[in-house]
Design a protein around this ligand. Sequence first.
Ligand code: ADP
Ligand code: MG
Length: 256
Amino acid sequence: MAKIFCVANQKGGVGKTTSAVNLAAGLAQVGQRVLLVDLDPQGNATMGSGVDKRQLELSVYDVLLESATLHEAAIFSEKCGYHVLGANRELAGAEVELVDLERRDQRLKLALDVVDKDFDFILVDCPPSLSMLTLNGLCAANGVIVPMQCEYFALEGLTDLVNTIKQVHANLNPDLKIIGLLRVMFDPRITLQQQVSEQLKAHFGDKVFNTVIPRNVRLAEAPSYGLPGVVFDPSAKGSQAFVEFAKELVERIPTL
Ligand code: ADP
Ligand code: MG
């Protein structure tokens, strides 16, 4: 059975997509069968996995509206070693089109049920909002991975997300829980980041992943080559951290 995890945080630019593509690549490198679902109309996870969003014949949009199956729409990225269910601007329309449909928040779940045996991990890169698209991700998932920067308002920003997860857990998906908080873009030279990191551990205990992702320019450069950092420059500190994170996640699975 595939483990389905959303990479979510309602803030933009916190490292969701970078975490999703690099975790996907890291998991693939340690032998896991991975599907990455891009739920953001910006299509950054799609492009960052070597799939051109402008040339998608079928995308997650078609899957959500049931005009294609996941088998038809998912593409294997040879370079990255995982499958991608891509997204592009068309997906922004799904928000409106889903409103009138039955079980509009369960569309992704229904589609993923069919491929449950084909993958070990399904990662969902969510948009920076608590929209109908994100809700589809949360309804389909076993858990949420929350990338966050150790900044002053980090804990405050988490409250909304934690409340949303509690509501979805109570009303729509009893499976859903926070798998863990991933500290990203970390710079140990900045005292404030160390302090916030300690606060996070004090509040969330072992829900904070041990692996810390450093700020690393190679991770930021990789998308312009259509690759996750892990594939683009495996020797970079950031890439190595994501492979470590993939291993940590695999080790945690039996305890979840
Ligand atoms: P989100 O998906 O949450 O909007 P992104 O993953 O797109 O965030 O990251 C926002 C920006 O920060 C991007 O330009 C990305 O390349 C950069 N970035 C993300 N993680 C790192 C990191 N660990 N080191 C350096 N830059 C990073
Ligand atoms: Mg993103």
